[in-house]
Ligand binder design. Structure first.
Ligand code: DX5
Ligand code: ZN
Length: 237
């Protein structure tokens, strides 16, 4: 499917969490498409971060949709809490649950959009049978747990596979990439077929987060235009 623009979703994991309200208001003003919230349980990944209470408190500071990325074991137990806290999209890891099908159903039942995330070692095929039932397929560009890591270039092949699979099946599922995204790697990811770029340190470790978002958006939209052109050419030839 051809898109008009790439979704830009800042991850606030590496932002100054003592001023989360201010950060979210500035992200709204910067016109971001989604705000990416990383939830970690110290079990599925070796780190701890936000929970439903902090997400609920943050909710009133931004209008942009909240995309909650659950890096927790047995996410099915907590769907209601994260939906009630104000998550618009809830993404669960395919490796974290044996009950993906019912977890996706419960995310929708509680009024949120559903997504599946894949760790670098997990094949795209693991998500195939759910593609028609989810809104977002999130491909990790790093091993989940920490911001500021280097993009694993092998993820590009997975992005391409996901793109082709979704297009062949005729679904509208968004292909998101999370981890190691910067102006350079985002271009590669979009050329490979990504629709959404999640970026943390490239935004919050820069001197000017608002400018970094604008730069990322400009580069992303340019790369998407190139991708759309070659898509059209392929159909004409
Ligand atoms: C990693 C998280 C990412 C991460 C992104 O486990 O899911 O969302 O914070 O941070 P950067 O962009 O710095 O890789
Ligand atoms: Zn994330």
């Amino acid at each position: 499917m051809q898109r008009k623009n790439v979704l830009i979703s800042p991850s606030i994991l590496d932002s100054d969490l003592s001023d989360i309200g201010g950060t979210l208001r500035r992200l709204d003003l910067a016109g971001v498409d989604r705000i990416h919230l990383d939830v970690m349980d110290g079990h599925f990944v070796r780190n701890l971060s936000l929970g439903p209470h902090s997400i609920h408190s943050a909710r009133r500071h931004a209008k942009a949709p909240f995309e909650t990325h659950l890096m927790i074991s047995n996410p099915e137990k907590y769907i209601r809490e994260f939906a009630d806290a104000g998550s618009d999209i809830i993404i669960v890891h395919s490796e974290a649950s044996h009950k993906l099908e019912s977890t996706i159903r419960s995310i929708r039942r509680y009024g949120a959009m559903a997504g599946i995330a894949l760790k670098p070692g997990t094949k795209v095929e693991a998500a195939r049978k759910y593609l028609g039932k989810i809104d977002t397929l999130l491909i990790m560009g790093v091993h989940p747990g920490f911001g500021g890591q280097k993009f694993i270039s092998g993820s590009l092949v997975k992005i391409k596979k996901a793109r082709d699979m979704i297009d062949e099946l005729g679904f509208k599922t968004v292909v998101a990439v999370d981890g190691g995204m910067n102006a350079y790697t985002a271009r590669l990811a979009i050329a490979a077929g990504a629709d959404e770029i999640v970026a943390g340190s490239a935004i919050f470790k820069s001197n000017n987060p608002v400018k970094s978002i604008a730069r990322l958006r400009k580069i992303a939209d340019h790369e998407l235009q190139v991708r759309n052109l070659s898509f059209r050419d392929r159909r004409i030839l």
